[in-house]
Design a binder for this molecule. Structure first.
Ligand SMILES: N[C@@H](Cc1c[nH]cn1)C(=O)NCC(=O)O
Length: 554
């Protein structure tokens, strides 16, 4: 390398620095995905220790996207990102997530119980003029005070996490454009999926640590991770600043946000088809994730796990997690090295380890370790499918196959799994197979949906297009956790009455719900997504949108 080359080299030109930036951004997203579902695997404990019935749980979980949807925060986040640039918005989103998470944590601590704040929240926020009339209030009369206050924290966190999502994507484009961009995006998404598996496994471990149940420990674990995420964003800030000093470019000034962009995007028929497919598909996935562990608890018989010693309780769980890291590492290495033989060798290894993982989960027999395989398969195959779309295309077909698998899985959970309630082995096998197929669906759709957006809108307005799709998606992510909770309480009237009359304990009630109705509702979303996928394929053929074409043409 000559002296001139050295002078012109920026941080972005160094592969090590580029991947370090990706690690910082992806790890921050990993932490935020952990917090997003931190309460999901302990729904039963929220009911037995904090009195959150399914409606309270669902209302609190749905509140995450409330401000994004109804106060249009996601659109503002897009504007802030355009005006202030990636590094400022990254730190802002990290700080917003941390503030929201801390409020959320305080709401579920013992200190909140019996405090003046609890009394205030019990007597107030029962009615929000305007929102109540429309039936979209994030609070209701009789909602436990801890759930109301937690919902406020989760709303603030939700603003931060969606802002972080669009900021990280823009950051990856800034550092990887013209280089390994698809691999970088796939790896970031894979690490986010690993975050979901991490919280499914570790949230209950923290809540039950030492045999004493304390749900606030799980949330505290998430808060600490979000603090680390903020530190990651701060380190990114300095690296990004250095890059701009080296290139002499002003940040993001070439792509400012204009209101007229929204009109351009909204007038595209293809954009609407993809946005609607996105809201239908993700509404049947992310809200389901919040109830899945409890659904398994209600449908499967699990062995009692000893709680007297940490290692007796958690050795298998920790080993499972280590195997999961190996699977994720193998998938990443196979993509990074881009060698077919290496890829299949590592995939075989991942398959073998996955089998061991499932067997260990079966031995350990707990709902959260069974469900933890769901994001695991997505970790393994999302980057590979992304690579397939890049080189072979077929995105519209993959959207249809993904939706079809989704319908199949929800119907199996609704009608086949309950038939195996008294058959410990059969039930766990059906659960594992269905979760693995659902994981494959969760790889097919994101890997084909997100790269299709640039084919439908102009590159100049891609940031606004993603913000708008996330906004439409957030409507479903607000509505469906809430609807699942309400439908659960409405279709389990005997259980709700027995709990009220003291016939059963909160512990028994928490794991005795019949999930058939909510699962059928989610399967219907999948059917609607499938129909839209079919229409998209027809429109693509007629109008030549290029969705079935590869991204990289030889
Ligand atoms: N809207 C984002 C992040 C998210 C997840 N749950 C709630 N918000 C998103 O959809 N990201 C894409 C993905 O596939 O994770």
């Amino acid at each position: 390398m000559t002296t001139t080359d050295k002078i012109h080299q920026t941080l972005r030109d160094s592969a090590g620095m580029r991947w370090l930036v990706l690690l910082l951004l992806a790890f921050a997203m990993f932490c935020s995905y952990i917090f997003m579902d931190i309460l999901s695997p302990i729904k039963d404990l929220m009911q037995s220790t904090r009195g959150w019935d399914s409606t309270a749980f669902g209302t609190m979980q749905g509140s995450e996207t409330f401000l994004n949807v109804f106060v249009f925060f996601l659109i503002f986040a897009g504007i802030i990102l355009d005006k202030m640039g990636v590094r400022f918005t990254a730190i802002l989103s990290g700080a917003v997530m941390l503030v929201g998470a801390t409020i959320n944590w305080y709401a579920v601590t013992d200190a909140f119980q019996g405090s003046g704040l609890q009394t205030w929240f019990t007597n107030n926020l029962n009615y929000i003029p305007g929102f109540d009339e429309l039936g979209i209030s994030p609070f209701y009369r009789g909602m436990p005070a801890s759930a109301k206050f937690a919902a406020i924290g989760f709303m603030i966190f939700g603003c931060g996490v969606e802002m972080a999502g669009i900021t990280v994507s823009r950051g990856i484009v800034k550092w990887f454009k013209g280089r390994e961009m698809a691999l970088a995006m796939g790896s970031e998404m894979a690490l986010a999926r690993l975050g979901v598996a991490t919280c499914m496994i570790f949230s209950p471990v923290f809540a039950k640590l030492g045999g004493v149940i304390d749900v606030s420990r799980s949330v505290a674990f998430g808060v600490v991770l979000l603090l680390i995420a903020l530190i990651m964003f701060i380190v990114y800030f300095f690296m990004d600043k250095k890059l701009d000093e080296q290139t002499g470019e002003a940040e993001e000034k070439d792509d400012p946000f204009k209101i007229s962009d929204l009109g351009t995007i909204l007038s595209s028929g293809g954009f609407w088809l993809v946005a609607l497919l996105c809201v239908l598909y993700y509404s049947a996935i992310f809200p389901f994730q919040k109830y899945a562990v409890n659904m398994l608890q209600c449908n499967l018989v699990f062995k009692e796990v000893p709680t007297d010693s940490f290692w007796a309780t958690n050795t298998v769980t920790i080993l499972q997690y280590c195997i999961m890291l190996v699977v994720a590492g193998a998938s990443f290495a196979s993509n990074f090295m881009k060698k077919a033989s290496m890829k299949y060798g590592l995939l075989t290894l991942a398959g073998v380890l996955l089998t061991v993982f499932c067997y260990m989960g079966y031995m350990r027999q707990s709902a959260e370790t069974v469900f933890a395989v769901f994001p695991l398969l997505a970790v393994g195959i999302t980057p590979i499918l992304g690579n397939y779309v890049d080189h072979k295309g077929k995105a519209a077909s993959m959207l249809m196959i993904g939706s079809m698998l989704l319908v199949l899985c929800h119907l199996t959970f609704a009608f086949v799994l309950p038939e195996f309630r008294d058959n410990a082995v059969g039930g766990v096998v059906i659960a594992y197979l269905t979760i693995l197929v659902l994981g494959a669906s969760f790889s097919l759709v994101p890997a084909s949906l997100w790269p299709s957006v640039p084919k439908l809108v102009d590159a100049k307005i891609i940031g606004s297009a993603y913000a708008l799709i996330f906004w439409v998606q957030n409507i479903g992510l607000w509505l469906f956790p809430l609807l699942i909770g309400k439908v659960l309480d409405k279709t389990n009237t005997q259980l709700v009455a027995d709990l009220k009359n003291g016939v059963i304990t909160p512990e028994e009630a928490a794991v005795s719900y019949d999930y058939t109705a909510p699962l059928v509702m989610l399967a219907c979303l999948g059917v609607a997504a499938l129909v839209l996928g079919f229409i998209l394929k027809v429109v693509d053929k007629k109008k030549g949108l290029g969705l079935e074409e590869p991204n990289i043409k030889a």
